[in-house]
Each structure stands twice: as C-alpha cells, then as structure tokens.
Design a protein around this ligand. Structure first.
Ligand SMILES: Cc1cc2nc3c(=O)[nH]c(=O)nc-3n(C[C@H](O)[C@H](O)[C@H](O)COP(=O)(O)OP(=O)(O)OC[C@H]3O[C@@H](n4cnc5c(N)ncnc54)[C@H](O)[C@@H]3O)c2cc1C
Ligand code: SF4
Length: 505
C-alpha cells in the first residue's frame, strides 16, 4: 500500500517527474527515511497492457504541443519525451553507453563547448551502481575501455546489427555488442529479453529497465508517494525567496503541496518552462538557454536477404571509433549504432527523408522486410541562438506553450557530413542498395545548465539552484554539453550523486 501525505503537511521533498532524473533520487531519499511526494503528470501503467502496435501507444509520449523553430527544428512528440510513471524510460531505447572522459572536458580539450563541473572518474562509481541497479548487459570485452565489464551477456544482434558488423569489418572499423539496460538473465520478477523488438512501445516482459520497474517500486516500498495525473504549474516562494510549495493541476483543479525542498526532474523542456512561468530561479537570465539535441541522422538501405527489423533488440551493435575521428574538421564526435524500427516509424522517416508521399510512399514501404538502418548519436555544442522561451499560446495547464529554437551550427553541420560519409561507406560495404538518408535530431538537453559560475549557470555542480537554496534540478536540462553518449545512464548516475549531495547538505 502506497503511503499518502496531506497537501497541507510540509513534506521533506517534492519531486516533479518520475523519469531518469527523478527515479534514482526518489529511491535513495525513501531509503534515507525522508517524507517525499513525487508529482507525475501521467499515470501508472501495467506493462502487460503495452502493445507493439505503434499507433496504439501514443499515451506513452508527451503529446502536449511544443512549438519548434530554427533552421533544423526538432520534432517533438514520440521522438523525444515520455509521460507517465517512468517518464521517457518507458519508451526509451535502453542503449546505455557510458560517457567518455573527454566529453566532460570538451572546452579544455578543444576550446569549444563547455567543460562539466565534474569528471567522468568522479561519476564512475554512480554509473556502476546504476548499471547494477537496473541491470545493464553488454560485451565481455569493451574495445574502447579495457577496464570495463558487464555482469550479463549482451542481447542478440538484430539483422541490421549483423549487416553493420559486416560493413564495419570490411572497412576496419571496430564494433562491439552494445551495452543495454536489458536483462539477458531473468531477475527480481523481471523476465529476460525475448527479442520481440517492441522496446519503443514499452516492454511487456519488463526485460527492458525503466524507472517504473526499478527505482520507483523501491521508492514506494520505502514510503514515497507517487501522485499521478498531477501537472505542476507554479512554484510558490516565501518572502525570503525560498520555495514554500508547488502548485499542481489534477483533473482541472488546482492544488498545492508544501515542501522543505523542491526537485525539478521534468525534463529539459518542462523544467525550464515551469521556472519561466513561475518566474523563479532566473535572475541571471540563464533559464532556457543552451538548448541542445543530438544529431541523430540515419542511413537506410535495402538488402537481398530478409531483414525483418521489427524483431530483436534494435541497438544491439555499436562503434565508438568516431568519438574523435582523426580527419575531423569539427570538435567532439559521434557514436554509430544499429537500428530497427516498427513500420509506422519507418514510414515517417521515409516520408521525410525521401520526401515522397502517396502511392510512391506506399510502394516504397513494401520494401520494409528487406530494409535495415544505422544511425548516429552526435554531440552538439551549446549555442546562444538555441534556446527555449515561452510562446504566446496557452495550453490546458494554464501555462504558455514552450517555444524551442534549434539550429545546427558549423560544428554540427560538419560532424553530420562526416557521419553521413562514414555511414554510407559502411552500408555500401555491408551490401546495401538503394541507400537513403533520414536527417533528424533527438533528445532534449540543456536549458538549466550546471556549473560553478552563478552568472552563467542555473544550478551548481550538484544540481542546487544558485539562487534559491531549497530548489534543485536533476534532469537532462542541467547537462553543460550534449556528449555523444546517449544521456539516460549519465542522468541516472547524476541523480544518485545529487541525492548524496542533498543528504549531506
Ligand atoms: C523514443 C526515445 C528513445 C530514447 N532512447 C534512449 C536510449 O536508447 N538511451 C538513452 O540513454 N536515452 C534514450 N532516450 C533519452 C532518455 O529517455 C532521456 O535522456 C531521459 O529519460 C531524460 O530524463 P529526464 O529525467 O530528463 O526526463 P524524463 O525521463 O522524460 O522524465 C520527465 C518526467 O517528468 C514528467 N513531467 C514533465 N513535466 C511535468 C509537470 N509539469 N508536472 C508533473 N510531471 C511532469 C513527465 O511526465 C516525465 O515522467 C530516449 C528518449 C526517447 C523519447
Ligand atoms: S526486445 Fe527485449 S527489451 Fe525490447 S521489448 Fe522485447 S523483450 Fe523487451
């Protein structure tokens, strides 16, 4: 039975969100005996009700309208954020590369981008703890990090991964089975992976980790209340500027929960939106700045063999060979991973990528069973022109809709061009024909940057607001740079680290 708190009771901590940033700290705070309420805009889900039918899964995605501007505007909706207990980890890909040490000191290394206020070595114990907590499988030998090992064997390679392995081998590119937050051995009531390929629609077998099948049950068992259907809409401050309570809307009615400390873990769009709407923590004007998205371009092709890429865990092969390419005319680098998508997602990528519609698109879609793709996760530098502001349109929550302006700069454009050449070569060497490109970006990062300088950053190196001492932020908004590593593992590790800092404070 979940514990319940009264709104007029002052709890130790209110956390907004239950995704990658929130889950670990919720479990840690509950274990430490704090009184905690998590406000979650979505609802609890029974994994047995997840369906591989993409069109039957829209309530996994954050579908509240976000206005997108800039020269390379990012697509929102299913592309990059989730809703419900578990947040985006309900439908994430569970691909869990660790950050490379160079990624946290990009400015020192290249003169571009930003350094992080911590080193990867400092984060490593938390990374390893998350990998144990959620169950990360991976290769026995990691070619780019000799000291690393994974407790469980890797997931099976899907068909595009096997083609990528062949293409890379022909070109002398090193590959490895990908680390994935997917169980290959059953444990704690969670099944091992059945290779069904429906990861992005929610894993019915609980083989794929989410915070909903790991940290959140732990938090509830420890006494945390997860209050669902509650959209946080305002932060109330006392005369001394400290957070007093958080206002939320449930079933159209406004409520308020008193708290001693507030943690915003609502993601890199909703966290700055709430701060801007509440006019809190932004006297230096930094909230909403430095919005970043990963370059996530995909290259697709057709093969003579049957591929049936809807089957198998998609991101099962990767290479880190391009984290710092020798011939780069840009700072930083990218990872390449194998892909596998369901038909509607593929149709969407093809419609946009090939710019075809109607009968031409229908004809092209008949090639689904022989298609395969690879894609990148490329670093993105913070830039003054890329930011989140509030538009003039108001939605049903009563808040102004977020307006995100995002354009690739010269660094992103050069990296994307390099990656495209590389991926085309790999796909040609793998035997693909009829190769085409789906330009895209993914993930929502930045907007409440962490760092030591209170004039340039929103939170300090452990996530505490520079301006309001009982306000903390722990989500992808605090990342100083995007990194090539996909963000969720780093995020969960930061969450454990922030929890320890808060408990020690
Ligand atoms: C389709 C997809 C695939 C991905 N694949 C990968 C991958 O393979 N590997 C990887 O590392 N990363 C992946 N990611 C990214 C990863 O999921 C995110 O980096 C991570 O979940 C971000 O954590 P967060 O805490 O910032 O936000 P989230 O996990 O999105 O959590 C935010 C939570 O806040 C809630 N919320 C927001 N606003 C409010 C409000 N006002 N009131 C109450 N609740 C609110 C939301 O409902 C949500 O539960 C993927 C993401 C998507 C969408
Ligand atoms: S492929 Fe594995 S991890 Fe993905 S949904 Fe199926 S069982 Fe779950």
């Amino acid at each position: 039975m979940m514990r319940r708190f009264a709104p007029n009771e002052t709890v130790d901590v209110v956390v907004v969100g239950t995704g990658a940033g929130a889950g670990p700290l919720l479990a840690r705070f509950a274990a430490a005996g704090l009184s905690i309420v998590a406000l979650e805009a979505g609802r609890f889900r029974n994994p047995k009700n997840f369906t591989p039918d993409e069109l039957g899964s829209p309530d996994l995605y954050w579908m509240g309208e976000r206005l997108s501007a800039g020269e390379t505007p990012e697509a929102f909706g299913s592309n990059n954020s989730g809703i419900g207990v578990g947040g985006s980890t309900l439908h994430w890909g569970a691909f869990t590369p660790r950050p490379d040490p160079r990624e946290f000191r990009l400015r020192s290394e290249t003169g571009q981008g930003e350094d992080w206020p911590l080193s990867v070595a400092e984060l490593l114990p938390f990374i390893e703890r998350v990998e144990r907590d959620i169950g990360v499988s991976g290769p026995s030998h990691y070619p780019w990090d000799a000291g690393r090992s994974y407790a469980m064997p890797p997931v099976a390679l899907n068909a595009p991964a096997q083609k990528m392995q062949r293409g890379c081998a022909a070109l002398g590119i090193v590959t490895a089975n990908a680390p994935a937050a997917v169980l290959t051995r059953a444990r704690s009531g969670r099944s091992n992976c059945r290779n069904c390929g429906a990861c992005h629609q929610g894993c019915r077998n609980d083989a794929k980790a989410s915070t909903a099948n790991t940290y959140i049950p732990e938090a509830i068992a420890g006494g945390a209340e997860i209050r669902t259907g509650c959209m946080a809409v305002d932060i109330e401050q006392s005369a001394d500027g400290r957070v007093r309570s958080i206002v939320y809307r449930k079933d159209g009615v406004l409520h308020s929960q008193k708290c001693r400390a507030l943690f915003l873990c609502a993601g890199a769009v909703e966290t700055p939106r709430l701060l801007l709407h509440s006019e809190a923590g932004n006297s230096n004007g930094q909230v909403g700045r430095n919005y970043m998205a990963h370059i996530a371009t995909q290259v697709w092709g057709s093969f003579d063999d049957e591929m049936r890429m809807n089957k198998g865990y998609p991101s099962s092969l990767m290479t880190e060979d391009f984290l710092r390419p020798k011939d780069a005319d840009f700072a930083s680098g990218y990872l390449i991973q194998s892909l596998g998508v369901m038909p509607a997602t593929w149709a969407n990528a093809m419609g946009r990528g090939r710019e075809i519609r109607g009968q031409a698109l229908t004809n092209a879609l008949l090639g689904y069973n022989r298609a395969g793709g690879i894609g990148i996760n490329g670093d993105c530098l913070p830039s003054d022109g890329n930011h989140l502001t509030l538009s003039d349109e108001v939605d049903e929550s009563g808040m102004r809709k977020p307006l995100v302006t995002f354009s690739y700069g010269a660094n992103e454009t050069a990296m994307d061009a390099h990656a495209l050449r590389t991926m085309r070569q790999i796909w040609e060497a793998a035997g693909a024909t009829d190769i085409w490109v789906a330009p895209r970006s993914a993930h929502t990062i930045g907007t409440c940057r962490m760092g030591g300088d209170p004039d340039r950053n929103v939170v300090d190196g452990v996530g505490r607001s520079h301006e309001i001492d009982n306000l903390w932020i722990c989500d992808n908004s605090t990342f100083p740079s995007a990194m090539a590593a996909n963000p969720a593992l780093t995020q969960m590790a930061l969450s454990l680290r922030t929890a320890e800092a808060f408990l020690a404070s």
